[in-house]
Design a protein around this ligand. Structure first.
Ligand code: SF4
Length: 411
């Protein structure tokens, strides 16, 4: 098989892994094909200094001895298989790099023969790149769950970034959909990489993982709980959430109608994850065993605020940074702008707009010069309607009482 044909098969097989910042968009060709973004093969990522780099995203092999129900490359699928030799892929990467097509490599593989054998092939490819071609560029390498500690150690020392997919958030789902994997094997590479990172002599290892959303019946609560535990134990820097793509048929797989808004669910999980990592939220504040899924129509912070109106309205002239960043529509940068600006004057809604802080949502959760806005009473049902309506002024208050009237200055 010619290298180009292999490339087209192995780049296509790699496109379901979302553990890099972009994997192309599905924008269709409209004019003639130049600049089309839907083709697989190139993805982008951001380095720790904020630079965006383009990567050749490819598998070493799409042959796999495993039979994970959700995966296009599973052994039971009848599809065209291809494999690069480590040298062939290293040469191709360097040729693309020299032509300025790419700046680095995103490399993964199906499991060929066994886990250690596959990891050794991936390491050989990296060694050729690093030591023979002297390639200092960015390489994101997928660690193979179940491979030995020694091999993972070598892989971590050669790659710029490593990741290992846990795929499903619970042992129960792994058992159902990926029975050859277990919680211990999928967590193994993360634990080994974390422990290596903790040894002072080693460079910090930035680990990420992918979780598939919607292939199992795990709730958003289960997914965010697993992500939180992994963040707390310093096993990960980032989780990538990937809406289940219906590529296989199977008794244990969901039958997903076209209308299922999995992509919106994926987006809400990314927003919730951001709140966990940067806003000090705990997973069990956002959701609980009663309310197990995020609202698809409201962002997670607004959803949380509506369910915790006891914390609102907040006086923006007195609130701490921690309180300000919990106001829907106010981010970390906005909170710092408020803290700085209020040293010089008492702020009102117009001042927030001048500071380029959106007040569209925030106005329902703050006190403006000590008063609550008069449009919509401070009740969940009213606010929910107002936040989802394009013209809140047309909404008749559902609930109104003296507490609201006092807040808004009506009495
Ligand atoms: S081990 Fe990876 S490549 Fe193989 S079937 Fe499972 S998910 Fe697919």
């Amino acid at each position: 098989m010619k290298t180009f044909e292999k490339l087209s098969i192995l780049a296509d097989s790699a496109k379901y892994d979302v553990s890099c910042s972009s994997s192309g968009s599905d924008e269709r060709i409209k004019y003639g094909g130049i600049g089309a973004t839907h083709n697989s093969g190139i993805c982008h990522t951001f380095t720790s200094d904020g630079r965006c780099v383009s990567l050749l995203k490819v598998l070493l092999s799409n042959s796999c001895i495993y039979d994970c129900s959700y995966c296009i490359n599973r052994v039971s699928n009848d599809r065209k298989r291809a494999s690069f030799s480590p040298r062939e892929l290293a040469k191709l990467t360097i040729e693309f790099y020299k032509r300025n097509y790419i700046e680095g490599l995103f490399l993964s593989s199906g499991i060929i023969k066994n886990e250690d054998y596959t990891m050794e092939l991936l390491i050989t490819c990296l060694k050729i790149l690093r030591y023979e071609y002297g390639f200092d560029g960015y390489v994101h390498l997928k660690l193979i769950p179940g491979s030995s500690k020694e091999l993972i150690d070598i892989a971590c020392s050669l790659a710029s970034r490593v990741s290992s997919n846990i795929e499903l958030p619970s042992s129960k789902s792994l058992k159902l959909l990926a029975p050859q994997k277990s919680k211990e094997t999928v967590l193994g590479p993360l634990i080994i990489a974390r422990d290596l990172s903790l040894k002072k002599s080693k460079k910090p290892i930035l680990m990420s993982t992918q979780m598939i959303i919607g292939a199992s019946d795990d709730s958003d609560f289960d997914i965010l709980k697993t992500a939180s535990i992994l963040y707390e134990k310093a096993l990960l820097k980032r989780v990538y959430y990937s809406a289940y793509v219906h590529v296989n048929v199977g008794a244990n797989l969901p039958i997903i109608p076209q209308s299922t808004p999995l992509l919106r669910r994926e987006n809400r999980l990314y927003q919730a994850d951001w709140l966990l990592r940067f806003y000090g939220f705990k997973y069990d504040e956002l959701l609980d065993t009663q309310q197990q899924n995020l609202d698809l129509n409201l962002d997670p912070k607004t959803f949380w605020a509506l369910n915790h109106l006891e914390h609102f309205p907040i006086d923006i002239n007195k609130a701490s940074k921690e309180q300000l960043i919990r106001i829907p529509g106010i981010g970390i940068k906005g909170a710092f702008k408020i803290l700085k600006a209020r040293r010089y004057k008492t702020l009102n809604l117009e001042d927030l707009a001048k500071l380029k802080i959106s007040t569209k949502k925030a106005k329902y959760f703050i006190l403006d010069r000590g008063k609550y806005q008069k449009e919509v009473p401070l009740y969940k049902e009213n606010l929910q309607l107002a936040l989802l309506s394009p013209s809140p002024k047309l909404i008749q208050p559902l609930l109104f009482d003296e507490n609201y009237a006092a807040l808004s200055g009506e009495i």
